[in-house]
Design a binder for this molecule. Sequence first.
Ligand code: BG6
Length: 255
Amino acid sequence: SVIHEFKGISQLEKTLEKMLNVEKVIILPGNSAEDGLVLKDMGKITSASLKKIIKDNCIIGITGGNTMASVAEEMIPGKIADNVLVIPARGGLGKDVETQANSIAAKLAQKLGGNYKLLHVPDSLEKEALEVIRKIEDVKESIDFINKMNILVFGIGRADTMAERRNLPKEKIDALTKDGAVAEAFGHYFDIKGREIWEYLTVGLTIEKYKEIDHVIGVAGGEEKAEAIIAVSSLRKKMTIVTDEEAAKKIIEIV
Ligand code: BG6
């Protein structure tokens, strides 16, 4: 029955909260990696959770990716607070406009009747270029907002998938794998214990700041992201993980 199924899911949520040592886990039935409707549901639930914590003058950071695109898409339009600002958590102009953090931030802001600030910095930079870019007034302003962020909503990816998506050279991808990188979140690559393996050079959220943000919601589903979710969960206890049944079952198998 539906009630029985619901009970099963809520038990699974409790189990995962303990296993991952995080405050809250929300699990959607099904597999978001294969079923677009489940991805949509993850977006819906995440946007509803986000709405509950938005206050006047708050700064919301968001990343790119298909999962975050779904969060912005599923947000029910309506103003809930004054002077809300949405920003991309990190630089990076992905190739696909729809899933760029900039586009997603703008869309979310419009839905919330708030403002947005775009960050025009490439995904990966040379050290010298980064030094110069950091001095640009507009970029400085963005960094300042990133450091004042109150809420972060972010996608969690597999290290190998994200390295490929960002067109890293094959040697670099192999090196990351060899060093144990399994997860990627806001431009940082982590091993299963949450130790940082590598970070590509750009402007954006640091691990130190990540640990201090008031509210963070990480969203990822599909069994292939199980290790990535485990890795990112270990970075802080005070967080919400939104995932799907498929990933949840795989996590239980691994941990
Ligand atoms: C990217 C984020 O845009 O999306 C990454 O910058 C994240 O940090 C990734 O890992 C997840 O993408 P998707 O498409 O699997 O939701």
